[in-house]
Design a protein around this ligand. Sequence first.
Ligand SMILES: [Zn+2]
Length: 162
Amino acid sequence: MHWTAGGTAKSAWNTFASATLRGRKSIAGGGAVNVSSQYLIDRDGTIYELLSPTRVARHCIGLNHLSIGIENVGDGKKYPITDAQIASNVALIRHLKEKYPITHLIGHHEHNKMRGHEYFIEQDPKYKSYKPDPGDAVMKRIRGGLSDLALEGVPVNSSPKK
Ligand SMILES: [Zn+2]
Protein backbone atom coordinates (compact mmCIF):
# COMPACT_ATOMS: atom_id res chain seq x y z
CA MET A 1 0.00 0.00 0.00
CA HIS A 2 1.27 3.42 -0.96
CA TRP A 3 0.40 7.02 -1.37
CA THR A 4 1.73 8.99 -4.29
CA ALA A 5 2.83 12.09 -2.33
CA GLY A 6 0.89 14.15 -4.86
CA GLY A 7 -2.58 15.53 -5.36
CA THR A 8 -3.68 14.22 -8.76
CA ALA A 9 -3.86 10.94 -10.65
CA LYS A 10 -2.44 12.80 -13.64
CA SER A 11 0.76 13.65 -11.80
CA ALA A 12 1.10 10.03 -10.68
CA TRP A 13 0.51 8.87 -14.25
CA ASN A 14 3.18 11.25 -15.49
CA THR A 15 5.61 9.76 -12.98
CA PHE A 16 4.83 6.18 -13.97
CA ALA A 17 4.38 6.60 -17.74
CA SER A 18 8.03 6.37 -18.73
CA ALA A 19 9.51 2.88 -18.95
CA THR A 20 12.83 4.20 -17.68
CA LEU A 21 13.57 5.97 -14.42
CA ARG A 22 13.91 9.75 -14.57
CA GLY A 23 15.82 11.53 -11.85
CA ARG A 24 15.52 9.64 -8.53
CA LYS A 25 19.28 9.37 -8.04
CA SER A 26 18.71 7.68 -4.68
CA ILE A 27 17.29 4.57 -6.37
CA ALA A 28 18.99 4.77 -9.77
CA GLY A 29 21.57 2.25 -8.54
CA GLY A 30 18.80 -0.34 -8.39
CA GLY A 31 18.25 -0.28 -12.13
CA ALA A 32 16.90 1.80 -14.98
CA VAL A 33 13.33 0.45 -14.89
CA ASN A 34 10.91 3.15 -13.78
CA VAL A 35 8.95 3.05 -10.57
CA SER A 36 5.40 1.86 -11.11
CA SER A 37 2.44 0.21 -9.50
CA GLN A 38 -0.24 -2.18 -10.68
CA TYR A 39 -3.05 -0.01 -9.31
CA LEU A 40 -3.72 3.66 -8.73
CA ILE A 41 -6.68 4.86 -6.70
CA ASP A 42 -7.80 8.43 -7.29
CA ARG A 43 -9.16 10.69 -4.59
CA ASP A 44 -12.76 9.97 -5.59
CA GLY A 45 -12.15 6.23 -5.25
CA THR A 46 -11.76 5.50 -8.97
CA ILE A 47 -9.49 2.48 -9.41
CA TYR A 48 -7.08 2.43 -12.36
CA GLU A 49 -5.28 -0.77 -13.33
CA LEU A 50 -1.96 0.47 -14.70
CA LEU A 51 -0.41 -2.97 -15.08
CA SER A 52 -1.77 -6.49 -14.88
CA PRO A 53 -1.40 -7.74 -11.31
CA THR A 54 0.62 -10.63 -12.76
CA ARG A 55 3.28 -8.23 -14.08
CA VAL A 56 6.14 -7.03 -11.89
CA ALA A 57 6.09 -3.37 -10.91
CA ARG A 58 8.90 -1.47 -9.20
CA HIS A 59 7.23 -0.17 -6.07
CA CYS A 60 8.80 -1.81 -3.04
CA ILE A 61 12.41 -2.87 -2.52
CA GLY A 62 12.73 -6.58 -1.81
CA LEU A 63 9.13 -7.48 -2.52
CA ASN A 64 8.46 -6.47 -6.13
CA HIS A 65 8.74 -10.04 -7.46
CA LEU A 66 5.62 -11.22 -5.60
CA SER A 67 3.66 -8.19 -4.52
CA ILE A 68 0.89 -6.09 -6.01
CA GLY A 69 1.31 -2.36 -5.52
CA ILE A 70 -1.64 -0.09 -4.86
CA GLU A 71 -0.94 3.62 -5.00
CA ASN A 72 -3.38 6.16 -3.57
CA VAL A 73 -3.38 9.73 -4.81
CA GLY A 74 -2.56 11.71 -1.70
CA ASP A 75 0.10 12.51 0.82
CA GLY A 76 -1.38 12.40 4.29
CA LYS A 77 -1.07 16.15 4.77
CA LYS A 78 -2.45 18.45 2.10
CA TYR A 79 -4.22 15.51 0.47
CA PRO A 80 -5.22 13.05 3.21
CA ILE A 81 -6.47 9.67 2.02
CA THR A 82 -10.24 9.93 1.53
CA ASP A 83 -13.03 7.67 2.75
CA ALA A 84 -13.77 6.85 -0.90
CA GLN A 85 -10.18 5.69 -1.35
CA ILE A 86 -10.34 3.52 1.75
CA ALA A 87 -13.54 1.88 0.47
CA SER A 88 -11.95 1.27 -2.95
CA ASN A 89 -8.80 -0.19 -1.39
CA VAL A 90 -10.90 -2.57 0.66
CA ALA A 91 -12.96 -3.60 -2.38
CA LEU A 92 -9.90 -4.02 -4.61
CA ILE A 93 -7.94 -6.05 -2.08
CA ARG A 94 -10.98 -8.22 -1.43
CA HIS A 95 -11.26 -8.82 -5.19
CA LEU A 96 -7.54 -9.58 -5.56
CA LYS A 97 -7.61 -11.93 -2.59
CA GLU A 98 -10.29 -13.97 -4.36
CA LYS A 99 -8.09 -14.31 -7.47
CA TYR A 100 -4.58 -14.66 -6.02
CA PRO A 101 -3.02 -16.42 -3.02
CA ILE A 102 -2.39 -13.21 -1.10
CA THR A 103 -1.14 -13.75 2.44
CA HIS A 104 0.12 -10.33 3.58
CA LEU A 105 -1.10 -6.76 3.52
CA ILE A 106 1.56 -4.19 4.34
CA GLY A 107 2.16 -0.50 4.04
CA HIS A 108 5.27 0.73 2.27
CA HIS A 109 6.40 2.25 5.58
CA GLU A 110 6.42 -1.27 7.02
CA HIS A 111 8.41 -3.01 4.28
CA ASN A 112 11.77 -3.02 6.07
CA LYS A 113 10.18 -5.16 8.77
CA MET A 114 9.83 -7.86 6.09
CA ARG A 115 13.63 -8.11 5.79
CA GLY A 116 14.55 -11.67 6.71
CA HIS A 117 11.10 -12.99 5.78
CA GLU A 118 11.10 -15.71 3.12
CA TYR A 119 9.26 -13.36 0.74
CA PHE A 120 11.95 -10.68 0.92
CA ILE A 121 14.79 -10.79 -1.61
CA GLU A 122 17.91 -9.07 -0.38
CA GLN A 123 20.27 -8.56 -3.31
CA ASP A 124 22.12 -5.54 -2.00
CA PRO A 125 21.97 -4.81 1.74
CA LYS A 126 22.99 -1.21 1.04
CA TYR A 127 20.06 -0.67 -1.30
CA LYS A 128 17.19 0.26 0.94
CA SER A 129 14.67 2.95 1.54
CA TYR A 130 12.59 4.26 4.43
CA LYS A 131 9.15 5.43 3.39
CA PRO A 132 6.38 7.17 5.33
CA ASP A 133 3.52 6.01 3.13
CA PRO A 134 0.73 5.32 3.71
CA GLY A 135 1.23 5.34 7.49
CA ASP A 136 -0.28 3.42 10.38
CA ALA A 137 -3.56 5.36 10.42
CA VAL A 138 -4.36 4.55 6.79
CA MET A 139 -3.35 0.91 7.21
CA LYS A 140 -5.59 0.63 10.28
CA ARG A 141 -8.56 1.91 8.26
CA ILE A 142 -7.90 -0.48 5.36
CA ARG A 143 -7.23 -3.47 7.61
CA GLY A 144 -10.40 -2.65 9.52
CA GLY A 145 -12.40 -3.31 6.38
CA LEU A 146 -10.64 -6.61 5.71
CA SER A 147 -10.37 -8.17 9.16
CA ASP A 148 -12.36 -11.23 8.02
CA LEU A 149 -9.70 -12.12 5.43
CA ALA A 150 -7.02 -12.86 8.03
CA LEU A 151 -4.26 -11.22 6.02
CA GLU A 152 -0.99 -11.01 7.86
CA GLY A 153 0.81 -7.77 8.50
CA VAL A 154 4.50 -7.49 9.17
CA PRO A 155 6.05 -10.29 11.23
CA VAL A 156 5.41 -9.85 14.95
CA ASN A 157 8.43 -8.83 17.01
CA SER A 158 10.47 -8.23 13.91
CA SER A 159 12.95 -5.43 13.72
CA PRO A 160 14.53 -4.06 10.56
CA LYS A 161 17.96 -5.43 9.80
CA LYS A 162 20.41 -2.55 9.60
ZN1 LIG B 1 5.33 3.93 -1.45
